[in-house]
Design a protein. Structure first.
Lengths: 357, 357
């Protein structure tokens, strides 16, 4: 059997989240830290030194240099959202596989340019929504899909919030209209929307109606908002995201035969074990807890899965796995509809793709 | 010290819920089961025999007879909502104190007639929302009011659902337009609204916008619905109630410094102990559980509190406690606004009192 290739990662920029991803790449047996690029080569060097980059890793003072490095197979792009289109498209054109931080784009038309570039160049695309790769997520999916146990899904609620604090609310890229104009909706509402779509087995809602009273900063960036979502079959969902509220990451899915509740869906409270709660099958509906062990952090499982897909393309000439593109695109479509509903004064907005679904 | 009087209860009708209340009266040291009236005297006799009524209790074939019984101090009224105005007003006019099942009325104007009759006749009014009287509720209130620990309340979500089943959905009074035309909104949405108002320290929201896609039966009775609620100070809440979804009774309150979550707020999973979850004060926000013991069932605590208020009026000439009227009325005002929003096609409806707040 041919040896499985070790996928060589380059990282564009030294964002905070890139530290976590560097560790994930370091912990993944099929991935290695190959290059880091920043607009400041000093910053890049310090980042590499602090994050377990091997001595052989290249340190660059530009993002282009990473993309031109023939010893980079894949790039992780944690740049501000407004830069995603430019750098993700360029990465694909340079034949690099793309692991793209969320939110993937400012709107679906931008994402479509990225996805088109990936398709044209035969590279793998995946967004960096880590919890999708936790084994708990698979266990919860199995529970939700068990018609005998869970029944039919009727209602979903999710919230994701954290306190930004005065410095964050003034200086963070997540509240800067030129860098991350989607604000809290892009940064954490993304997770709520993804979790709701995931619970609905990625069936798109037909309509979004934003909740009223979103909080915007002076530049019009969302600090807090929410939405209701409606499906053809009668399912409904609500979510709320905020930079102005204590940390919460909840998902509740109510079915006709049971409920599923998880209070740390995006980032488990513990790295090695994570739990969720379901209605007990017997007697007065007490809640029973199910725990799922996780040998490696969820972000390392994400890197491993991404690198496996890249390896299959590189070694066997496999086609890129389209599923991850579809999931990103659906998340972005709902995000766009929520944004449009806020912009139109909380009118219902159809969740429709410019290209059809 | 004068002996505390034992308040003598009459019950109007043999509703299922009256069994629980009979037990609660039986368990309350300051209350006794004095009379039961039903349109069928046989049914009343069977009910009394099955529910620990003492031999001295009177069995009547009409509701009027209970109200005319001089040995009845207070009545518990679990009749269908459409009958509340008639019988609660008459009870007050006969000088009986009124413990009224929820939803208290079909609309606030009806409730106002009931409250006016209670005021004019100097009798105590309380709605039978049992969980308000559980010691856990006081513990949670203390936590929410602790600015150092909980901070400022920002967002609330509640859901209450259960599966009605085919027979329920065909025959139950809760889906009969002539008896309980508010359907799921009155039966269980009442609890969500009450819980949200309770969390907001009974500050009224200024606006309600119902969620879309409520499910109505052929007669127009709500089987499933929800709403968003908006306060002047930026707080928002959402709730969902349904007869078509597995049992759930959740309340989540998110503050600037902590969160409170309870999964059995209306009826605790266990009778003698109940818990809620708050964000831990230290480190990565794990959730910590707080348990509160309850020596007697919450419905018996409700009866005890009600009977104490009645005793103070009877023994010391105290004024009826107005707080319970105000709480009922605010709950009904929000319920009315949600109903109006559904009826007007999900338009925002101001939560305003016909009499001013």
């Amino acid at each position: 059997m041919a040896e499985t290739p070790i996928i060589r990662f380059g990282i564009l920029g030294c964002a905070d989240i890139a530290r976590k991803l560097s560790r994930a790449i370091y912990l993944s047996p099929n991935a290695t830290l190959s290059a880091i690029g920043s607009r400041s080569i000093d910053k890049a060097a310090k980042f590499a030194a602090a994050n377990n980059f091997p001595p052989s890793a290249r340190i660059y003072g530009t993002y282009d240099a990473v993309l031109n490095d023939p010893d980079v197979d894949a790039v992780y792009v944690p740049l501000p959202t407004s830069l995603h289109r430019r750098w993700a498209v360029m990465a694909a054109e340079k034949g690099k596989h793309v692991l793209l931080e969320k939110p993937v784009a400012l709107k679906v038309a931008e994402l479509d340019e990225i996805l088109e570039a990936c398709r044209l160049n035969g590279v793998q695309f995946m967004d960096a929504t880590m919890w999708m790769h936790h084994p708990r997520t698979a266990a919860m999916r199995e529970f939700l899909s068990d018609v005998e146990r869970f029944g039919q899904l009727k209602t979903i609620h999710s919230n994701f919030s954290y306190i930004g604090g005065p410095d964050f609310l003034t200086n963070n890229i997540r509240v800067n209209p030129d860098l991350d104009s989607l604000g809290a909706l892009g940064d954490i509402g993304w997770y709520c929307i993804r979790a709701i779509l995931w619970a609905a087995n990625f069936q798109l809602p037909k309509t979004a109606v934003a909740l009223r009273q979103p909080v915007l900063n002076e530049a019009g960036v969302i600090l807090s908002c929410g939405s209701s979502l409606y499906w053809e079959d009668g399912k409904i969902a609500t979510f709320h995201c905020s930079f102005l509220t204590n940390l919460s990451t909840d998902l509740t899915a109510l079915g006709t035969k049971s409920n599923l509740r998880v209070h740390d869906f995006a980032i488990p409270f513990e790295e090695n074990v994570a739990s969720f709660h379901v209605t007990s099958q017997f007697g007065w509906p007490m809640v029973s807890e199910r725990s799922v062990e996780c040998e490696v952090p969820q972000e390392a499982l994400m890197v491993r899965e991404f690198a496996n897909l890249v390896a299959a393309i590189m070694r066997k000439g496999s086609k890129p796995e389209e599923r991850w593109m579809a999931i990103s695109r659906k998340t972005q479509l709902v995000l766009d509809a929520v944004t449009a509903s806020i912009e139109t004064g909380f009118e219902p907005v159809e969740v429709v793709s410019p290209l059809g679904e």
